[in-house]
Write a protein that binds this ligand. Sequence first.
Ligand code: FAD
Length: 442
Amino acid sequence: MRIAIIGDGISGLHLALRLQQLDIDVTLFGAKAPEAVRNGRALNFVARSGGTRRREELLGLDLWASPDTLAEARTVTVHGPEPLTFRADPDPAYSMVDFRLYLPVLVEEYVARGGRHLVTPLTARTAHDAAGDHDLVVVAGGRAAGELFPRDPERSPFDAPQRVLCGGLYRGIGESVPHSIEFHVMPGVGEVLRMPFHCADGHVDVLGLEAVPGGPLDPLCRTPYDADPAHFHSVVLDALHRYVPDLRERVDERAFALNRPADLVQGGVVPVVRRAWRALTDTTYALAVGDAWIVNDPITAQGANLGSHCALEVAEAIAAGPPYDDAFCRAAEERMRPYAESVVQWTAAFLRPPTPQLLELFRAADADPSVAAAFATNFDDPPAMWHSIAAPERTAAFLAHVRSRSEGPDASDSSVPLPSSASAAAGTPRTPQWADLTARPS
Ligand SMILES: Cc1cc2nc3c(=O)[nH]c(=O)nc-3n(C[C@H](O)[C@H](O)[C@H](O)COP(=O)(O)OP(=O)(O)OC[C@H]3O[C@@H](n4cnc5c(N)ncnc54)[C@H](O)[C@@H]3O)c2cc1C
């Protein structure tokens, strides 16, 4: 069997590396040579979760283990009339490495292990050509490549960007907690994220502003950098002063600057869920993974981690053997769906004004470290996260369970058992649940 993978981001690479391990004939197509990726613009700032790091271990990747590249702590602060702050540390730590370093190293590792990597950007037409030589085409080419697959209106929670992003790599920002991610929520305004990051120039900080469109932070996020860098820096500092004064106080004005002009990402993503597969020819099918299938707003830091998760699910499905027909594609989609659906729902919930149960959960985490720890654990377990915030009674059950465990004999286990599948956990039939979400005003 011969598998073509179009796209050499994290989704395509994790899939290619796994298929290679399983001795399956695979060709990986990319749009750029590794050197061009290294020297290119930042496209994202990815925190790789414990789950992704475990998959990397399975793939035999031993990457950037030094403490400087890890985030071991996380603070969540809600600003506004009822301010609160709590620690929700990731365990294991997140790996914070620029994808302009990470992806080329993975390509080189795959090639060093004997893999075929062709720098040939495939179009819809050439994807059909690839189909001629392969038994299955996996499309992992990111957001743009997703256009091969129609949008699924029932499952797509939004049809426009829900945040205006202005994220960059900066120098001159101090941490209140060492090696920490800090996440600030300003209801109605947006979010501010600061996290340590390892890039080609060494240690920097990601500073991400996420503005609610039309809100007071929106115009600041659209301020251009190139025309007047000094003005841009002063706009960012003013925003910090106004919305996150504690963070502003930790900025050393003499050192504060964007690391490089190419280290800035501005714009917005449209969260979208697409059909996961389609026929390319009478006998060959294309299956989408990663952003080609589902695009999430970065607010929950899940897109790349979801792509990695789905890549390994698809690898196991492929390893079970042909035929790679419509039944195979449907089964592969069902395999990826519960986890992916939880990410989409959870991310949509964080993009909307906070629900009463989410605020209740935050207040409980503020008051009780065992709740904060369970909330932190759920960042790496999207079905559990969505289960804990989907409805007031589920949040109440989650809190009751965590508290009973923390008072009980085995106080160290804060995990909460879930029903056997995420859709069972959601407790309502799948389609109406998604339809409800899309019907709600955003
Ligand atoms: C500002 C920002 C911050 C983010 N932070 C996080 C985070 O903290 N954690 C997280 O998990 N996610 C995060 N994300 C989301 C994450 O970046 C994406 O979900 C993830 O990179 C998707 O990976 P992918 O491999 O599916 O697609 P991509 O990363 O888009 O990779 C696709 C690859 O395919 C190649 N390609 C494209 N078209 C073709 C073609 N026609 N032929 C051949 N090759 C092609 C591209 O060159 C690229 O290398 C963030 C996103 C943004 C914008």
